[in-house]
Structure formats: structure tokens, C-alpha cells
Ligand binder design. Structure first.
Ligand SMILES: [Zn+2]
Length: 570
């Protein structure tokens, strides 16, 4: 009898406990009355993406996503309630390729973006020189002579006229060419006898004197002489870039460091995180060509499991850019047939290093713009994967998710290799808005058909991650989304191989799920599901319902990272 009572009591308390458990914990915050695109895996063709009305946040995670009715049940006495007023909500944007601190420095240095002539470039440099201390370097970037009336490259004499004694070097918009003045060339010891480093070029005039134009690896001859920015300058730049990111709805970014000699970028982000000021999740790449022991030490410095900040893939450059015709090509450029671009690596050295670094557990991300650049990356990935397979039978390691950054000129035979090797195409569709002005004249119609080949990637089951390459292009995700779904310029007057268009759902999935996949984090980010990080963005319009030209004017109303609002429009 007694024992039966005990059992009954146990059953009763057990039941009570079960009931307690089933009674939901109140959420820290609930967001109701939304038009929530919950996100999806990027597959082709894409099934319709489901919608929800509301979501609930506990700590930095989502604990429920569903109808208003379901979510309101999670409202407790201390729950913050946010009325989304019917607005469009989607998983936060994840910019898979940018240069965060460089974007901030652009705001601190001479900004040449948008200059319409050499005269305007000189004017802006003169303004910068006036504000500089004696002998201080004048730095800046963003000129694009293809957009000037005269369409000729600037020279050191052009700069000398406005820089006085200041050494100066100013990068072209694509970051692959710079123009230095005479003082900077002198500091770097560049004269008529200087040989360009391999993978680089020093342009010379008819008399054999340097014109001031330095290409690819030759830029570093001057770059190495520029005094390093102080940690406080890096911090200032990083804060400006983070503010930009929050404002554009970026809840995650994957960034290259300012330069690869030191890693202040990471240390500054670490300080900001400690102070609660890191408002965007940062995955910081490390240099592929860095000393192995050093990059392993950098990787070990901060926990890889920290979802706010950690190191990521190893970045290397196979080639240059299409705009400056330094992309490595199988065949010469259509408008410069003798020129097959500049490849940055000896393949056997590249393959050996790729194998060594993949074996050390690093993800590889190789910049490749030309088809030969992509061949080099694919060959290196194949070699690295073969080496790791043979060398490590444990099978405990994560699958390789090597990436090609940019993927601009791709040949039909290369898609199968991407697929076979599991390579991710990390593309920046916004580049096409600029590049469509000259891409076809550089590569001709046959190659242009499979250039910027987003539909071909989707069709072949190749994962795409979206980014901007900020500050090469502005940080807004909406230009890239617009380019992906229209293949038109911003004015809508020019179209580039529209058969490579994506649907709006595909473009949004690439910018969220695809980018998360590209950094091994699709289990935590890129969709709005219970248990995932509470990273989302509220927009002023439903991107899936509007005419494509209205995408460009989209405004971000609110950016939420880990449940915290980091940006709110007024
Ligand atoms: Zn880049």
C-alpha cells in the first residue's frame, strides 16, 4: 500500500514536472506582425520559401518562429514586444567577401570613387595634401580611368603637380593597379633599372622611366614603405566600417585584413567584442602565403567556436582583375590578344602549399577572375584534397569547402570540376554593374556567355556565396541582389547575358544561406529557425514582390544581431 502511494506520488510529481516543462519559458523578446521570409537552402530549382508572422528570441538565439498566435504565448512579464508592422523580414545578410578595415580607411583617406576626370582626381588629392602634415604620405583609392572622359591612366607627373613633397600612392578601384608620385617611387628605390617582381609590372614611358603606374605585385614595392597605420587608426577605420555594415543589414561579414604582415584588424575586433561594440559577426581570413606556424598561432589565439569573431579561410591571389586585364586567361584578351594576364603563382609551389595548409585543417579561398586563374585554383584544390585523403585516413575532419573568390570568366568545362571538388563560388554580383561596360570587349562574346555565370552555377548544383568586395563596390546588398536578378545596369539601359539571371529567392538564399555555408556555419545562420542565431533584418519593402528596379532603393529599417538591435532607422 505504502509503496503504491510512493509510486503514485512519483508519477504525480513526474507529471507535474512534465507539465512545467511543456509550459513555455517566456522569451526575452518577441517580434510580431511581420512578413517573415524564413530563408532556405540554396538549391536549384528552389521550392517556395515559407513565411512566418512572428519570432521569439531568448539570449542570442531564436526559440520560435511561427504565427502571431504561437509566438504571443511566449510573452511574459519581462518580454519586450516589437511590432514589425507588416514589414518584410529576412535572415541577416552575410557578406562573404569584403575588406572591412579598408572600407573604413577609405573614409579616412583620399576618396577617389566616382571621379569623372583626371582633373577631378587631382583636385581631390590636392585637398588631401592641404590637410596633411609635412612629409606625411597621401593615400587613397577608388579612381577608375575607364569612367573618365580621357580614359588614360594617370602618371606620377599628374600627381607631382598636386602633392608637393608628400609621397603619394593611390589605388585604382579594383585594387590591382596603383599610381605613385615621384617622391613615393624614390622612397621605394624604383628607377629605370628596377626590375618588377614576378607577377607584377612597372609601367615605363618611351624613355624607360617609370610612369608611376604599378601593377599587381609591383604595388608592394611602394606599399612596403608606407608607415603602418597605428592601432588607433585601424580601430577608427573598423568602427566606421562596422557602422556601415549595421546600416546595410549585414549581420555577418567575411573579411580580408588590411594587409597580411600583421593582424591588427583581428585584435581591434577582439577589443571591440570585449567592449560590447562588435555589432557584426566577423570571420577574418588569414594569408595563405603566411608562415604556417604564424597562421596556426593566429588561428589558435581566439576560440573558433565564438560566433561573433573567429579566423577563417586562407586567402590567396591566383591573378589580377578583368578591368586592368591582369586576370590570368587561357587565351589572350580579345582587345589585347598578346596578353594572357598575370598569374601570381608557380603552380607546383601553389599546389604544394595548398596541400600542406589543407592538411593543417585550413579552408582555402583563392581569388580567380580569369579562366586560367580558376584552373590554377581548381588544380590546387584537387591536389590538396588528394593529399589530405591519402595522408589522413581518420575521416574525422570536416569536408573541404574550398572557395573561388570572384569566378568571373569560367569555361563550360570548369563547372564539373567545381561540382566534383565541392568548390563554392564566392561571387559579388554587384561587380557586373560596373564590369558589363567593358567585359565583353575584353573577352569577346564566346567567353562572355559563361562569364559571371550564376545560372550555370545554380544549374550545376554549385553553392554560391554572395558578397560585395567592399570597398571596391559599395557595401549595400541591394545592388548585388538587383544585379543577380536583372543582369542589367542600374539605369536599366544595358543588359548582360540575361540567361544567367537568378530568381529573387535564389539571390536572397545565396546572400544568407550560401554565405553561411561558405564559412561552415549554415547550422547556426542564414535561416530563421528555432535554435539558430537571432540575426535578422527588417526592410521597408518585400523584395520578392516588387519590380526589380525598386530593389535598388530598399531601406533597412532594423538590423538585429544575436537578438540585439544594432541599427534602427529613424
Ligand atoms: Zn576582394
Amino acid at each position: 500500500m505504502k509503496s503504491l502511494a510512493v509510486i503514485a506520488l512519483l508519477l504525480l510529481t513526474g507529471n507535474l514536472m512534465a507539465q512545467d516543462k511543456s509550459k513555455p519559458q517566456p522569451a526575452d523578446a518577441i517580434f510580431i506582425n511581420g512578413n517573415i521570409w524564413v530563408g532556405a537552402q540554396l538549391v536549384s530549382p528552389m521550392p517556395p520559401v515559407s513565411r512566418a508572422q512572428a519570432l521569439a528570441v531568448q539570449g542570442d538565439h531564436l526559440v520560435a518562429v511561427g504565427s502571431n498566435e504561437e509566438i504571443k504565448k511566449l510573452k511574459g512579464l519581462n518580454t519586450t514586444v516589437v511590432d514589425l508592422a507588416g514589414r518584410f523580414v529576412l535572415p541577416g545578410f552575410n557578406d562573404a567577401h569584403l575588406h572591412l578595415s579598408a572600407g573604413g580607411f577609405e573614409k579616412l583617406q583620399v576618396n577617389l570613387v566616382g571621379t569623372k576626370s583626371l582633373a577631378e582626381m587631382k583636385q581631390r588629392i590636392a585637398d588631401g595634401a592641404r590637410k596633411s602634415a609635412p612629409n606625411e604620405w597621401i593615400l587613397g583609392r577608388g579612381w577608375d580611368h575607364t569612367k573618365w572622359t580621357e580614359q588614360v591612366l594617370p602618371t606620377r607627373q599628374d600627381l607631382d603637380a598636386v602633392t608637393g613633397d608628400h609621397p603619394a600612392i593611390l589605388g585604382r578601384i579594383d585594387g590591382h593597379i596603383s599610381v605613385a608620385n615621384s617622391a613615393a617611387l624614390k622612397v621605394a628605390g624604383i628607377d629605370r633599372n628596377t626590375k618588377a617582381p614576378s607577377g607584377g609590372q612597372i609601367d615605363r614611358d618611351a624613355n624607360g622611366e617609370a610612369t608611376g603606374i604599378l601593377r599587381e605585385s609591383a604595388v608592394a614595392l611602394v606599399g612596403a614603405k608606407i608607415p603602418r597605420p597605428t592601432p588607433s587608426q585601424v580601430r577608427q577605420a573598423m568602427e566606421l566600417a562596422l557602422a556601415d555594415a549595421a546600416q546595410w543589414g549585414l549581420t555577418s561579414v567575411q573579411s580580408q585584413m588590411l594587409d597580411n604582415r600583421e593582424w591588427e584588424d583581428f585584435l581591434v575586433c577582439e577589443d571591440l567584442e570585449r567592449e560590447g561594440k562588435l555589432t557584426t559577426r566577423v570571420n577574418m581570413w588569414l594569408p595563405f602565403d603566411g608562415e604556417l606556424a604564424k597562421i596556426q598561432q593566429w588561428r589558435a589565439h581566439h576560440p573558433a567556436s565564438d560566433p561573433m569573431l573567429h579566423t577563417g579561410m586562407l586567402k590567396a591571389y591566383m591573378d589580377g582583375s578583368l578591368g586592368s586585364r591582369t586576370a590570368a586567361m587561357r587565351e589572350g584578351f580579345t582587345d589585347d590578344p598578346g596578353n594572357k594576364g598575370l598569374s601570381q603563382w608557380d603552380p607546383s609551389k601553389l599546389n604544394a602549399m595548398a596541400a600542406e595548409r589543407a592538411d593543417a585543417g585550413f579552408q582555402l579561398g583563392f581569388h580567380a577572375i580569369g579562366d586560367r586563374g580558376a584552373d590554377m585554383a581548381l588544380d590546387a584544390f584537387a591536389e590538396a584534397q588528394r593529399f589530405v585523403r591519402e595522408h589522413d585516413q581518420s575521416r574525422s575532419r570536416r569536408e573541404p569547402r574550398n572557395r573561388i573568390e570572384h569566378d568571373q570568366v569560367i569555361e563550360s568545362d570548369q563547372f564539373a570540376r567545381y561540382k566534383e571538388l565541392g568548390v563554392i563560388a564566392s561571387v559579388q554580383p554587384n561587380h557586373l554593374l560596373t564590369d558589363m561596360n567593358w567585359a565583353e570587349s575584353h573577352i569577346g562574346p564566346a567567353r562572355a556567355k559563361t562569364s559571371y555565370p550564376w545560372r550555370d552555377f545554380a544549374k550545376n548544383g554549385i553553392m554560391m556565396a554572395f558578397g560585395t568586395d567592399y570597398p571596391v563596390e559599395p557595401l549595400t546588398p541591394f545592388r548585388g541582389i538587383y544585379a543577380a536578378v536583372t543582369r542589367k545596369n542600374e539605369e536599366g539601359t544595358r543588359e548582360y547575358y540575361p540567361e544567367q539571371k537568378l530568381t529573387i529567392d535564389e539571390a536572397l538564399a545565396a546572400y544568407t544561406y550560401g554565405s553561411a555555408y561558405g564559412e561552415y556555419s549554415e547550422r547556426d545562420k542564414g535561416q530563421l529557425k528555432s535554435g539558430m542565431l537571432a540575426d535578422f533584418v527588417v526592410l521597408d519593402r518585400d523584395l520578392t514582390k516588387i519590380a526589380p528596379n525598386e530593389i535598388l532603393g530598399t531601406k533597412v529599417l532594423r538590423t538585429v544581431v544575436g537578438g540585439k538591435t544594432v541599427y534602427k532607422a529613424d
